[in-house]
Design a protein around this ligand. Structure first.
Ligand SMILES: *[C@@H]1O[C@H](CO)[C@@H](O)[C@H](O)[C@H]1NC(C)=O
Ligand SMILES: *[C@@H]1O[C@H](CO)[C@@H](O)[C@H](O)[C@H]1NC(C)=O
Ligand SMILES: *[C@@H]1O[C@H](CO)[C@@H](O)[C@H](O)[C@H]1NC(C)=O
Length: 380
């Protein structure tokens, strides 16, 4: 490139052209002529020959450019996108270089340029950010800047990761539903899914099932109570009947024909008549009542001495038996058999008493069965 400066004085004035350009396009040459700069796409080769005339300029060669009015001695190298973008596969040439414009590079869609830190002219294509949940775009990404996001304002929400703007929150819920969670930046108002009146119906059904179960249980329970009461009544009635039957036997008579059919009934019923004297209001055992009833038991009347002996033996006081029998026989003659029975038993309880009433009662009942068994055998 020529560096020779032609010092030519120029008197031709191009007023129109200089004013139209509206930029500072003149310069003073080294020999104090006013020259016009070279236009974009060209570079300076020599000063103007005359004052206020154009300098000598040459077009930029291929691969170089001059974008301004200049007095540069050469054009600038065009950039090559591949050379300045480190990850150039994510970039493209937006505009090829021309004599007056440099190459324009761009990242592929979805990427923006970021200068490599500390470098003069090295770039990276980086992924454009998408605003997350609860955030919306306030500045769209450009070639050289990432998206700028900002949190949704009060009363707005954005549920997805997108470039969509925040949406206005729903106000309240439909009739029959209620708010489960209120609107916030990331979620719209959440309403209950099921209508309450439908829900009421479901609850009603449940209630109806509950009521049916309750009624069923009540009926079963009621039947149980009725059955129990019936059983109790029958049991008490039977006990009274037995008592009456035994009481209805002749009370004066000193002679009994032996056991009636009733006396051959099972031990359980026999046992029952004794058990009924277990508990009374004033005392735990109604001994008097028990002994009185014994005065109408044929197995005792017939063999009261034997029964007395058995009682004494079973209460480990066998030596007392003879004494009781002798005293009773003396005190009451043959016609007063009931008195003999009653007083012999009363004597046994007094003379042979040991441990407690419970024990004595057990001795009595056991002895009675034993005696009754032997009495039955003696009859047959
Ligand atoms: C740039 O030039 C090349 C070949 O010289 C051509 O293939 C490409 O399409 C051009 N690019 C633009 C953006 O004009
Ligand atoms: C909700 O109920 C109110 C009064 O009961 C009624 O005025 C309103 O129209 C109802 N809205 C809808 C969406 O059903
Ligand atoms: C919004 O509410 C939902 C449900 O209550 C909760 O999971 C979420 O973290 C909340 N978001 C914010 C930003 O508070």
């Amino acid at each position: 490139m020529s560096t020779i400066v032609f010092q030519v004085t120029c008197f031709i004035i191009y007023y129109a052209s200089t004013e139209a350009r509206n930029v500072v396009t003149e310069y003073y040459s080294t020999d104090n002529k006013i020259c016009y700069k070279c236009s974009p796409g060209t570079f300076w080769t020599a000063d103007c020959k005359d004052d206020l005339s154009e300098s000598e300029c040459s077009p930029c060669p291929q691969g170089t450019f001059q974008s301004t009015y200049n007095i540069a001695h050469r054009c600038e190298e065009c950039i090559v996108c591949e050379n300045i973008v480190k990850n150039y596969l994510l970039s493209r040439t937006l505009m090829n270089c021309t004599a007056d414009t440099n190459t324009k590079c761009a990242c592929l869609d979805g990427y923006y340029f970021e200068k490599v830190y500390g470098s003069a002219n090295e770039w990276l294509c980086k992924t454009i950010s998408v605003c997350g949940q609860g955030y919306e775009v306030i500045h769209k990404a450009t070639n050289f800047r990432d998206t700028v996001c900002q949190e949704c304002g009060r009363g707005y929400y954005k549920e997805s990761l997108s470039s969509e703007p925040c949406q206005l929150c729903s106000t309240g819920c439909d009739n029959g539903t209620h708010i489960i969670s209120p609107c916030n930046a990331t979620q719209d108002t959440v309403c209950s899914q099921v209508k309450e009146n439908v829900n009421d119906g479901a609850m009603g059904r449940n209630n109806r099932v509950d009521i049916i179960i309750l009624i069923a249980c009540s009926i079963v329970g009621g039947l149980c109570v009725v059955f129990t009461v019936l059983c109790l009544y029958v049991w008490i009635f039977r006990k009274r009947t037995i008592k009456k039957e035994t009481n209805s036997e002749p009370s004066i008579s000193t002679y009994v024909d032996g056991p009636s059919d009733d006396d051959t009934t099972s031990d359980e019923i026999q046992y029952d008549w004794m058990q009924s004297y277990r508990t009374t209001a004033e005392n735990e055992f109604d001994w008097t009542g028990l002994f009185q009833e014994c005065t109408s038991k044929p197995e005792i009347i017939d063999q009261w001495e034997h029964f007395t002996r058995m009682l004494c033996i079973n209460s480990s006081q066998s030596s007392k038996a003879d004494q009781i029998i002798v005293e009773t026989t003396r005190a009451y003659d043959q016609t007063r058999i009931k008195d003999r029975v009653y007083n012999a038993l009363k004597s046994w309880k007094e003379k042979c008493y040991s441990v407690d009433d419970e024990y004595m009662f057990a001795v009595f009942t056991n002895s009675f069965y034993e005696h009754q068994g032997q009495y039955m055998q003696s009859l047959s």
